[in-house]
Design a protein around this ligand. Structure first.
Ligand code: ZN
Length: 383
């Protein structure tokens, strides 16, 4: 078994078969009664039954919490905390895509912290402080997109108002990540495409974001390259290990890089998810070309650099920048992303513009995006 080990940004064991390291990791941390948190969808995966069997065989008294799915809301977290306590759990195994990871990390927070989850909202004046004493958390991603397994944030919605709250703390970064690309073999082509486009968007937006953070920029550029090389293959051939590896890595690189910030694409995507319940990655994918076009004038040099990294040649920065935009368009078509809101079943509404404008992601966009700009961007892709 060839497993690579990284300590950046957390302890990552990466490679086919990494899942088998789970019992050893738990023993090293003296975890005996883990709570396995996963979403409903994962229960149907072929690999799932073997995980419970492995834990039982290795002598762990684990409990399972899997009665949730879709967009993560607070009631999923509250229920998970109850189960954590009633099982007298001493650690968390968080298995799944963005939903399970966000819910699992928030359970870890609330299992050891007083008050209400939303009291810990990032940047809220008077927010409660997240202390370092969270239970041991090991994250095992089953999608390649959000990269939430290497991040310290949880995005959880209020069950009634649907408002999204971002909870963030360095203590919420899982202590160990078992990144096993074989666990993504069963992802359907469409989900592979949407989650993969989310990873690509994280890398591109992080690279363009206006903050000073060359470490993140270096990571982001390679994350972009990996997504371009491997996303079409992963969509086309679900059991192509090299492609799945490339995408799982691109996803973790995207989440590592977006500590630097995101941009206008994510604000548009959040609005489409709020107003039309769109899949996050799908929403990013539909909006990405128009949002990049919006940033073109201030991001020419960076676009040109990405074009070169992707193999384009030419002397003029302008031509290279356009070559990059063309490559993004081509990739979108290749993996089956619709060109317009109409094609994807949505239309331009006032609240779409309103939600996008009030979203915090575009604060780091390389150029300011006013309400009229959002209006124009959405109009451009309305179709
Ligand atoms: Zn995203």
């Amino acid at each position: 078994m060839s497993i690579s080990s990284f300590r950046f940004p957390t302890d990552i064991r990466f490679g086919a078969g990494a899942l088998a390291l789970l019992p050893r990791i738990l023993r090293e941390r003296n975890v005996k009664r883990p709570l396995l948190v996963t979403d409903r969808g994962v229960l149907n995966c072929a690999f799932f039954p073997a995980i419970g069997a492995m834990l039982t065989k290795e002598g762990f008294a684990h409990a399972l919490y899997a009665d949730f799915g879709g967009n993560p809301t607070k009631k999923f977290v509250d229920r998970g905390v109850e189960i954590f306590h009633s099982h007298d759990a001493d650690g968390l195994i968080i298995l799944g895509g963005g939903c399970a990871l966000d819910v699992g990390k928030a359970i870890g927070l609330m299992a050891t912290h007083e008050g209400d989850l939303f009291d810990y909202e990032d940047d809220k004046p008077g927010a409660r402080v997240i202390e370092p004493h969270l239970p041991f958390m090991v994250a095992i991603p089953t999608t390649a997109g959000t990269g939430s397994e290497v991040g310290g944030s949880s995005v959880i919605s209020d069950d009634t108002t649907h408002r999204k709250f971002i909870i963030w703390g360095t203590a919420m970064v899982p202590k160990v990540v078992l990144a096993d690309p074989e666990l993504t073999f069963e992802l359907p082509a469409a989900i592979t495409a949407y989650t993969g486009m989310d990873a690509l968007t994280h890398n591109i937006e992080a690279y363009l974001a206006k903050n000073y953070h060359p470490l993140c920029e270096g990571v982001a550029v390679e994350g972009v390259r990996l997504a371009f090389e491997f996303l079409p293959r992963a969509v086309e051939m679900p059991r192509d290990l090299e492609a799945r590896k490339g995408m799982l890595m691109s996803s973790m690189m995207g989440a590592t890089a977006f500590q630097k910030g995101l941009g206008v694409t994510h604000s548009c995507a959040h609005a489409l998810s709020t107003c039309f319940d769109w899949h996050h990655g799908f929403a990013n994918a539909v909006m990405l070309p128009a949002c990049l076009q919006f940033n073109r004038d201030v991001s020419l040099t960076k676009f040109a650099h990405l074009a070169r990294v992707l193999g384009a040649t030419g002397n003029s920065t302008e031509a290279l920048a356009d070559a990059f935009l063309q490559k993004v368009e081509t990739l979108c078509r290749e993996v089956g992303i619709p060109k317009t809101l109409k094609e994807a079943g949505a239309h331009l509404t006032e609240s779409l513009v309103e939600v996008a404008f009030h979203d915090s992601c575009h604060a780091n966009n390389p150029k300011p995006c006013h309400k009229e700009d959002f209006q124009r961007i959405f109009a451009q892709v309305e179709g």
